[in-house]
Design a protein around this ligand. Structure first.
Ligand SMILES: NC(=O)c1ccc[n+]([C@@H]2O[C@H](COP(=O)([O-])OP(=O)(O)OC[C@H]3O[C@@H](n4cnc5c(N)ncnc54)[C@H](OP(=O)(O)O)[C@@H]3O)[C@@H](O)[C@H]2O)c1
Length: 230
């Protein structure tokens, strides 16, 4: 029951994705407008992106520090649209289970503390626990498809979580809003970072569409070409 995964990113011409730096060269609301047409019933981000843009300041402080271990899926409620965070250790602090009108699902590893999960249940936030020391992305994404009925998932960064999805063969399509600007700084996240596979060839893509957008931006959509099974 794996959802169809589209990685949707805003990028400079040199592949960097710092949205603050790109603001002056991006048409107002263009990233969101292009994303809406992709028809996702959920969107997912890594912990760093969630911390920077959506979660409360400061990490969760566990009192017990007891890892929760294997846990059943907790479905606080079902919704038409979901916001999903990938947070290995349960560090992100949330006010409630609503994120810009989408129901929040936290994907965690078994290392997340038991009082963190209790806090999520108290706030009616759904969660999926998968993987003993790090999140098992393949399993978690299948669970999300099966238990929440998500069919089309937008993977919205940052680079490390995108890279992990790509390496795990979970990305079906890449959608890049390429804006007319060059960032050029070192150590700025790119659309796909941290892939550690011992391979020296790029992941091949097949062009699906190119659209010229407001302000000289290009919206590129590519299908990820899967390696042929031998
Ligand atoms: N331009 C755009 O479209 C766009 C979109 C989104 C973000 N961004 C930018 O991207 C930057 C953040 O990117 P980032 O690459 O540093 O962080 P990220 O991808 O948002 O988050 C990475 C974190 O996710 C957690 N994670 C859990 N399981 C993982 C796994 N299997 N593989 C990889 N990470 C996993 C890890 O933290 P734990 O180990 O603590 O769980 C990891 O450090 C920010 O500057 C943000 O503004 C840009």
């Amino acid at each position: 029951m794996k959802p169809y995964v589209i990685c949707h990113m805003l990028s400079s011409l040199d592949g960097r994705i710092d949205s603050t730096s790109l603001k002056s060269v991006t048409g107002k609301g263009e990233y969101e407008a292009t994303g809406r047409t992709l028809g996702g019933d959920g969107w997912i981000c890594g912990r760093t992106t969630m911390q920077r843009h959506f979660a409360e300041d400061g990490p969760f402080q566990s009192i017990t520090n007891i890892p929760a271990g294997p846990q059943p899926v907790y479905i606080a409620r079902r919704a038409e649209s979901y916001a999903i965070s990938v947070d290995t250790l349960g560090k992100l602090r949330w006010l409630n289970g609503d994120l810009d009108g989408d129901h929040l699902i936290c994907v965690l590893s078994e290392q997340a503390p038991e009082d963190y999960l209790a806090d999520l249940r108290r706030k009616q936030i759904s969660y999926v626990v998968s993987g003993s020391t790090s999140v098992n992305l393949v399993e978690a994404i299948n669970v999300i498809g099966e238990h929440f009925g998500i069919r089309r998932l937008l993977l919205e960064g940052g680079g490390n979580i995108n890279g992990a999805f790509l390496a795990a063969d979970l990305v079906d399509e890449v959608s890049i809003l390429l804006v007319p600007g060059i960032d050029g700084r070192r150590d700025i996240p790119t659309s796909f970072d941290g892939v550690t596979l011992s391979k020296e060839t790029a992941f091949p893509l097949k062009l699906l569409s190119v659209e010229r957008r407001e302000g000289d931006a290009l919206w590129l959509r590519y299908e990820v070409v899967r390696a042929k099974e031998s």
